[in-house]
Ligand binder design. Structure first.
Ligand SMILES: [Zn+2]
Length: 447
């Protein structure tokens, strides 16, 4: 198909694909909430049915032991042509406080060129991009295509390793596209070339063997909550950069992230400053960061004049793309043990660690993708990092080092993924579909 044919085909398929995206969004496939297991199953079945309707000859719903259902659809490669795997995920984040949404989170609503709903971008739009491309080719893509749609990404992909152990041959390809990342801005496409890692641990501080009257003994023995706060305070330097020894920093693309844009995107309040040091993209993509994401202490409503004997916090780190995640977790625990104020007892509970990755962008397959997105968006893609993590990328790099990996997406700075009023730019959605279709047709033309 020529570029003009593909443009017309994508424009023709767009309304139908948006209708199907709307139906997928209505299924509350929240993988982190066991109450929604049946929805996650229904969502997988809906994706499988859409693939069958797009003439996919081999559609399976698969899961590793204890895992959520993934969908794998395979179009065999025409003689002499390569195979690509197109990945997205059909599960979504919880909707948060439903009252805060401008429109119902599971009913797509269009306002000013954007579609609003939970999962309409992250990542049911990824599913819809792949589906639209297959429809644009009339269900007969000119290369082999495997569509791989995961069902547990938003709960941390707990069984992805086991799934890949069992089904490596199904998803292995010449090139693998993860359509679950971001563009640089609306109208400006991007390839993600670095992803940070993630590690977290629950830390408990104990200072007393029972609670005490704060008037009687306050001032001579430490309470656990204040002691925990002092300990957590040692994780940051005065400027908010991390103060834990053993965490590494990577190099990052030299890209100017305007301060105004970041203020606007984050809703930083008047008078509140940025934290950390180095360029903004270094801080977001290449340096480690530490955040206290949960605290167990007496709630304010039940507060009494008491010295608490114990308190807990969940501490989460984002890691430089090249950092060994287990080493980083060990460094954090060492720091917490060694900085305990007043000799307080420190112990650790549940923990997790997953490395980040660098995604090399070189060779004919990635060059074709660069050209394809340049044509569909009318401007050259930007190479970006992501402060977030896609553990699948690191896993694929380790298992299939020879496979070309492309990390793309339809999210933009206004998307608010995981947040209230998540949204998708319809114009960029169409450009992303055309870009993927053009890339596939370029791969088919290669000798
Ligand atoms: Zn996602």
């Amino acid at each position: 198909m020529t570029e003009t044919d593909l443009r017309e085909a994508v424009a023709r398929e767009l309304p139908g694909v948006i209708d199907d995206l709307t139906r997928l969004v209505a299924i509350r496939s929240i993988s982190a909430m066991p109450d929604h297991d049946a929805d996650v199953r229904a969502s997988a079945e809906a994706v499988a049915q859409l693939l069958r309707e797009a003439s996919c000859p081999d559609v399976q719903i698969l899961s590793a032991d204890g895992g959520k259902p993934a969908v794998v659809g395979r179009y065999p490669a025409p003689e002499g042509k390569p195979t690509v795997t197109l990945y997205a995920h059909h599960d979504v984040q919880p909707m948060g406080d439903e009252e805060l949404w401008t429109s119902d989170p599971f009913t797509v609503s269009e306002r000013d060129g954007r579609l609003y709903a939970r999962g309409v971008a992250d990542d049911k739009a990824g599913v819809a991009v792949h589906l639209a491309v297959l429809r644009a080719f009339g269900g007969k893509p000119p290369v082999g295509v495997t569509v791989f749609v995961e069902g547990e990404e938003e709960s941390g992909s707990p069984t992805m390793g086991a799934f890949l152990d069992e089904h490596a041959d199904l998803v292995r390809a010449d090139a693998f596209v993860i359509c679950d990342s971001a563009n640089w801005t609306v109208g400006s496409p991007a390839f993600t070339t670095t992803l940070r890692g993630l590690a977290d641990v629950v830390v408990e501080v104990r200072t007393l063997d029972h609670a005490l009257h704060s008037g009687q003994y306050g001032g001579v023995v430490p309470d656990a909550v204040t002691t925990l706060c002092k300990l957590l305070g040692t994780l940051w330097d005065d400027d908010g950069s991390v103060a834990v020894e053993g965490l590494t920093v990577d190099d990052v693309a030299d890209l100017d992230y305007p301060e105004d844009r970041l203020r606007e995107e984050t809703g930083l309040l008047d008078g509140v400053g940025f934290i950390g040091r180095g360029s903004l993209v270094e801080r977001m993509w290449a340096q480690p960061t530490i955040t206290v994401i949960g605290l167990d202490a007496t709630p304010v409503a039940r507060a009494s004049n008491t010295l608490a004997p114990s308190a807990r916090a969940k501490v989460s780190m984002r890691l430089a793309p090249g950092q060994d995640a287990d080493a980083a977790l060990a460094a954090l625990k060492k720091h917490l043990s060694e900085h305990a104020p007043f000799g307080a007892q420190v112990s650790f509970g549940e923990e997790g660690a997953a490395g980040g990755t660098n995604v090399p962008f070189e060779g004919a397959v990635t060059d074709a993708a660069f050209a394809a997105l340049s044509e569909s968006f009318g401007t050259e893609p930007v190479f970006i990092g992501q402060g977030g993590s896609i553990p699948l990328a690191a896993d694929l790099r380790a298992r299939f080092p020879e496979m070309d990996l492309l990390v793309t997406g339809v999210v933009d700075p206004d998307t608010r993924m995981h947040g209230i009023d998540e949204s998708l730019s319809v114009a960029d959605f169409e450009k992303a579909i055309l870009g993927e279709a053009l890339w596939i047709s370029k791969l088919a033309e290669r000798p």
